[in-house]
Design a protein. Structure first.
Length: 135
């Protein structure tokens, strides 16, 4: 399993992003099934929609988010039922600086004994139960 972060999805959908080529390579491997199913958390979906709306406009944001929801390789994870677990991860992170959305990603990653996270966010580096892709 691989959990998708907004930094990865935005880089993949923005050819001008400095991480676009790396994101494109990871997406190719994801579609080929390297990590099994990809998970798209509700919070990440909201971040992607908002960032793309601000940076690229409604047309691009709507097209990308519709494609994410329709993707056969990605399972959408509504987060309401896992909210309290995400809150505990956020609250108990010690000196960390994980956003609430990032804490939710860590929670889901750890839920099944650890998994991969597609991200360019350095805040995930060194967190138990998380393997960052691309490394």
């Amino acid at each position: 399993m691989i959990v998708l972060d907004s930094s990865f999805l935005i880089a993949y959908h923005n050819t001008r992003d400095v991480h676009h080529e790396s994101a494109n390579q990871v997406m190719t491997e994801l579609v080929a099934g390297r990590w099994g199913r990809a998970l798209l958390l509700e919070y990440v979906f909201v971040e992607v929609a908002t960032v793309l709306l601000v940076r690229r406009g409604l047309r691009v944001a709507a097209r990308v988010t519709a494609a994410l929801l329709a993707s056969r390789e990605i399972d959408f994870v509504p987060y309401s039922e896992l909210f309290l677990d995400a809150f505990r991860t956020f609250r108990d992170q010690g000196d960390g600086m994980l956003s609430f959305t990032d804490a939710a990603i860590v929670t889901v990653s750890r839920r099944d004994g650890g998994s991969f996270v597609a991200t360019f966010d350095a805040d995930f580096t060194g967190i138990d139960g998380v393997t960052v892709v691309p490394a």
